[in-house]
Design a protein around this ligand. Structure first.
Ligand SMILES: [Zn+2]
Ligand SMILES: [Zn+2]
Length: 378
């Protein structure tokens, strides 16, 4: 008992000493070493804090000055506690572009002054999965979605990017920061989803959900030039958005979706379905609106398990693919933006400086004012 208390007191003294050291370091820091960083405090709470500017920790790191960032639905998932691996105290944000400030000794592909996109995924480039392009499944301890989840992210003035040669892509001079803003995350998600869906020019493609990821998926599906694209969406504002910017796309609401797809497809259902909405109803629609032998790609992240009613779909012989971002094509996506083949700028409906990020979250989280995506600038 006495021993137990002794150990406890020693631990308390160590913790107290540690706090004093952190405080002293903060006092001694120059003003230029301090930056603003939007921080995950606890379940339900983010806060804009002053933090030390990040430093190079190993030779593959780069420090990037963030010029433009964005808020992603996954940030809200952290806030609402549905990402258990998110670490309290980390700076959130994983969708950003910026300028390289500093690089570690082993970084060869980018240099200070380069404008770059930052990949949501951290990956080594060397393991089995990286070599096959499955960078999301990188086996490095830091591999996968680390930035703004397990390590400090980019809703801040500066960010440290591990494996900078893999995670950074140079932005062509003719491409603006806004044009490149979603390359590392939501656009990479849409590109991957379209890529694995094996779309042909004879196909009728159904995309369920016209949120930011749904529209990025649409932009990438359009590159495959399918015969028809149908978007299923329930929000009148988002339906209006699709009609305004993509007039060739057919639009239906969930209640009439099955009937609409049957009427507007050649083989009794969609040849390819991409499910980007993420609800029980949308999962049901996805396989139900697919023709026999169709490909159904699940891009959405669900809050809970979904029922796969195999007896109901017996004989339909569907091919299910589960997506989730695999950010292995960022250079290709940047080239397509440079060629004018992908334009995400209509999606940026709101802009806020970093010191008003609280308000930006309020708008994004509550889907106010027709918001699709928010850009956060310094
Ligand atoms: Zn994201
Ligand atoms: Zn790897």
């Amino acid at each position: 008992m006495r021993f137990g208390l002794g150990v406890l007191n020693v631990i308390k003294v160590i913790c107290f000493a540690n706090e004093i050291i952190i405080f002293a370091r903060y006092i001694l820091m120059n003003e230029e070493d301090i930056m603003l960083a939007y921080t995950y405090i606890e379940h339900g709470k983010f806060e804009l804090q002053e933090k030390a500017r990040p430093e190079i920790k190993d030779s593959w790191d780069a420090i990037v000055r963030v010029t433009l960032g964005s808020i992603c639905t996954s940030d809200l998932h952290i806030k609402h506690g549905s990402v258990p691996r998110a670490v309290p105290g980390i700076t959130v944000g994983h969708e950003m572009v910026g300028v390289v400030e500093q690089v570690g000794a082993d970084v060869t592909l980018v240099k200070p002054g380069d404008r770059v996109t930052v990949n949501v995924e951290t990956f080594c480039g060397e393991c089995f999965f990286c070599k096959h392009g499955y960078v999301n499944n990188c086996t490095d301890p830091n591999g996968g979605w680390a930035l703004g989840c397990r390590i400090d992210g980019g809703q801040a003035e500066y960010v440290r990017v591990p494996y900078a040669d893999q995670g950074l892509n140079r932005i062509p001079d003719t491409v603006s920061d806004e044009q490149a803003l979603f390359v590392g995350d939501v656009l990479a998600t849409g590109f991957w989803a379209a890529r694995i869906s094996e779309i042909t020019e004879e196909d009728t493609v159904l995309i369920i959900g016209a949120g930011p990821t749904g529209i990025c998926t649409l932009l990438c599906v359009m590159l495959k030039k399918p015969k028809r694209i149908i978007i299923c969406e329930k929000s009148p504002e988002r339906i209006r958005f699709v009609r305004e910017y993509y007039p060739d796309v057919l639009v239906t609401e969930p209640e009439n979706c099955k009937e609409f797809v049957l009427k507007n497809s050649d083989h009794g259902g969609a040849d390819v379905v991409l499910e980007v909405a993420g609800s029980d109803d949308s999962f049901h629609l996805a396989w139900n609106c697919a023709r026999p032998n169709a490909i159904v790609t699940i891009v959405a992240l669900y809050d809970k398990p979904q029922l796969l009613p195999l007896p109901d779909m017996y004989g339909k012989n569907l091919i299910f693919k589960t997506g989730g971002v695999d950010g292995c094509d960022c250079a290709k996506i940047l080239a397509l933006i440079e060629e004018g083949k992908i334009d995400i700028t209509p999606l940026i409906t709101h802009r806020f400086p970093l010191n008003e990020i609280e308000e930006a979250y309020r708008i994004f989280e509550n889907k106010l004012g027709g918001v699709i995506k928010v850009a956060i600038y310094k």
